[in-house]
Design a protein around this ligand. Structure first.
Ligand SMILES: Nc1ncnc2c1ncn2[C@@H]1O[C@H](COP(=O)(O)OP(=O)(O)OP(=O)(O)O)[C@@H](O)[C@H]1O
Ligand SMILES: [Mg+2]
Length: 368
């Protein structure tokens, strides 16, 4: 039955989900999405509220059926297969442990529902509690655990049936900042140790970049870009992706020449140089939007060494660094970010004229 050509853990082919009667009157939650996720990958769906992340997970898990398209798991068509027959498990944002049961009982309950032999259950419970480092709390009631410990139990419970794919729908969003950071490391380790394919949903871009092998950035039921964290951060293809992830300056310029994924541009503010070019930008000689990250800019002393010059409009201090807002000739403003390397000492004051260097290969043309 297996399709020999399919190596992807999950192969989503032109899949749409429309809630309601049709495209015109219903909600198009996913629109002709195609995506292949490799086995053992830590893959993240990133996008704003309502973009279709949960819908995509629910289709993979089998809680919803696609309106159009098909989904294959390790080469097998999933159509008509109920959720409990899929080698997939989900950790939900509100993971709802049974408070009157112990940690161990919470995990074994699901296995009993799947008719796992009793002899196997005890071993599995032990094994998954080991994975999340909760062996010593097996007999504790779950309402007597901290938030992070509860999250570990929810993870252990989802891992217990030994799924090939684990779907994680914003599992860390209820945790405070520190705990969330800890759990990020924990999840990454867990994925490495088990080799299970993780599909992780978040609308936190830092979390996505820190944890993932690859990220899909979504908006309005579409996948706008798929890439590793570097590609997504350094080579955003679209304005939305650039804006959604991190701080960025978007400047006006002209596309002078192009050669594959490389181009030369002239910024309205004066500088001429190389820029990355997404496939769908082809308007040679025309206006383009050009992105540059604030940390790719630096100050230089000599006007002769500068790529741009401007006057300092505003300086904000945020502890580990400074943001300098600089007005360029022509009226655009640009943000330059510097690390704090000298007890909060500022390089310039408001009103100063500053000379700016652009790091090599850091300009990126954006499609709309
Ligand atoms: N059962 C439903 N009936 C009708 N519309 C729905 C249903 N479930 C989701 N939607 C709509 O589909 C779109 C995608 O919803 P989805 O829950 O997938 O978004 P999401 O990316 O997970 O958002 P969030 O970050 O807020 O969880 C939204 O516009 C939502 O209102
Ligand atoms: Mg959601």
């Amino acid at each position: 039955m297996s399709d020999q050509t399919a190596t992807a853990a999950i192969d989503i082919r032109k899949t749409s989900k429309i809630y309601g009667r049709d495209r015109d009157t219903g909600v198009v939650a996913l629109d002709q999405v195609s995506l292949a996720i490799a086995d053992n990958e830590f893959f993240t769906l990133l996008g704003p509220s309502g973009c279709g992340k949960t819908t995509l997970l629910r289709l993979i898990a089998g809680f919803e059926q696609p309106t159009e398209g098909e989904i294959l798991l390790f080469g097998e068509h999933l159509e008509g297969l109920p959720p409990y027959k899929r080698p997939v498990n989900t950790v939900f944002q509100h993971y709802a442990l049974f408070p009157h049961m112990t940690v161990a009982e919470n995990i074994s309950f699901g296995l009993e529902m799947l008719n796992t032999p009793a002899s196997e259950i005890a071993d599995t419970v032990k094994e998954v509690l080991g994975l999340v480092q909760m062996e010593t709390l097996a007999d504790r009631k779950t309402d007597q655990l901290s938030g992070g410990q509860q999250q570990r139990v929810a993870l252990a419970r989802a891992l217990a049936p030994k799924p090939k794919v684990l779907l994680l729908d914003e599992p860390l969003s209820a945790l405070d900042f520190k705990l969330r950071k800890e759990m990020q490391v924990e999840l990454k380790r867990l994925q490495n140790e088990t080799g299970i394919t993780f599909i992780f949903v978040t609308h936190d871009q830092e979390e996505a970049l820190a944890m993932s092998d690859r990220v899909a950035v979504m908006r309005d039921g579409l996948i706008l870009q798929v890439g590793n964290p570097n590609e997504i951060y350094d080579r955003p293809a679209k304005r939305f992706v650039a804006d959604f992830i991190g701080d960025i300056n978007i400047l006006k310029g002209k596309l002078l020449s192009q050669d594959g994924a490389q181009a030369t541009v002239k910024l309205e503010a004066g500088y001429e140089g190389n820029a990355g070019l997404p496939m769908d930008v082809t308007n040679l000689g025309g206006e383009v939007s050009i992105a540059i990250r604030p940390e790719q800019l630096s100050f230089v002393a000599e006007a002769g060494a500068a790529d741009l010059s401007g006057s300092i409009q505003h300086i904000s201090y945020f502890g580990s660094g400074f943001d300098y807002e600089i007005m360029l000739p022509g009226g655009e403003t640009i943000m330059l970010q510097l690390q704090n390397r000298g007890a909060g000492k500022r390089a310039y004051s408001v009103g100063d004229q500053a000379h700016i260097a652009i790091s090599e290969n850091s300009l990126q043309i954006l499609a709309d």
